[in-house]
Design a protein around this ligand. Structure first.
Ligand SMILES: Nc1nc2c(ncn2[C@@H]2O[C@H](COP(=O)(O)OP(=O)(O)OP(=O)(O)O)[C@@H](O)[C@H]2O)c(=O)[nH]1
Ligand SMILES: [Mg+2]
Length: 282
């Protein structure tokens, strides 16, 4: 299964990111805590260059708690200002403010020397589709200023959101890159919902997800769906369809509907908290 999704609007969004870089003091890069390296867009590194930046592992409520701690250590050991958050929770989002100030320390000091006080900090939020950029901004702002949604490609253009006099945030559309060198990365991003559903083979995608989850937490599928111990993922999907009454007219299992449902339940954290990538040994 070869997954690629790089529609025209992403090329445009990338250009926009480049143009807006000079307007901002720092870049806040959001990645998905379930795939911390795979959901990091390599193009973003090239675009940002030396601009101050912070890394935010979002959706930590959906990831394995222990592995998130290890990832946090991994990035911090590499001198990257990193926090882990759940964008839907105000208290956790606030933790990012500390690393934002840390990243902009020099700029704030420079301003102070020049006698400039309270010039607002401007930050651009970047990341792959559906990673939670708009949700993060809304929670930080305390109001629904940016449009959000449970599918990739919700934010279409750039949008400035003023938090208060001190901070302004720029929301951007999620972007991927033209080619996933490692096909596993494409698969992971499709599993977490960052690739447009319409271009995917949902049945196969789900059949590949099940053994991957079983490998991380043995027995988790059987337990969650209360199905017998079958190891073939296509048969598992069929059993789940029958148990969950995802049926076609005539009573046969509707495996496509069941696959979509399973993917949805995985993405929403219902099956459990999973981290799909293990940090490199430090
Ligand atoms: N469980 C959980 N869900 C989250 C979190 N952050 C965002 N979401 C959900 O993820 C989905 C995508 O959120 P958005 O904020 O629209 O994502 P985005 O990065 O702006 O997406 P695009 O604009 O399409 O690039 C929504 O259904 C959010 O409710 C989080 O930390 N935890
Ligand atoms: Mg958005």
């Amino acid at each position: 299964m070869n997954i690629q999704w790089y529609p025209g609007h992403m090329t445009k969004a990338k250009r926009m990111m480049q143009e807006n870089l000079k307007l901002v003091d720092l870049v806040i890069e959001l990645v998905d805590a379930r795939v911390p390296l795979g959901s990091k867009n390599p193009d973003v590194d090239t675009i940002i260059g030396n601009k101050p930046r912070v890394l935010v592992l979002n959706k930590s409520d959906l990831a394995d708690i222990r592995l998130t701690e290890e990832w946090l250590k991994y990035f911090r050991n590499n001198n990257i200002l990193t926090e882990t958050i759940n964008s839907k929770e105000k208290s956790s989002v606030k933790r990012v403010v500390g690393i934002i100030e840390e990243a902009c320390k020099e700029k704030i000091q420079r301003d102070r020397k020049k006698g400039i006080l309270n010039r607002p900090l401007r930050a651009m939020i970047v990341g792959i589709p559906n990673v939670g950029k708009s949700t993060f901004i809304n929670t930080l702002a305390g109001k629904a200023s940016a449009k959000t949604g449970d599918k990739p490609g919700v934010t279409k253009g750039k949008q400035w959101i003023r938090l208060h006099k001190q901070v302004e945030l720029l929301d951007t559309p999620g972007i991927l890159w033209p080619k996933f060198e490692d096909p596993t990365v494409g698969m992971h991003l499709a599993w977490i919902g960052s690739v447009k559903e319409e271009i995917l083979n949902t049945h196969e995608l789900c059949a590949r997800l099940l053994p991957a989850l079983e490998k991380l937490v043995p027995g988790c599928i059987g337990r969650f769906y209360a199905i017998e111990n079958v190891s073939d993922p296509y048969m598992q999907i069929e059993e789940i369809a029958l148990i969950r009454k995802a049926l076609k007219q005539g009573g046969q299992a509707d495996v496509l509907r069941a696959s979509a449902m399973i993917l949805d339940e995985f993405r929403g954290g219902k099956i459990g908290q999973f981290t799909l990538e293990i940090p490199p040994q430090v």
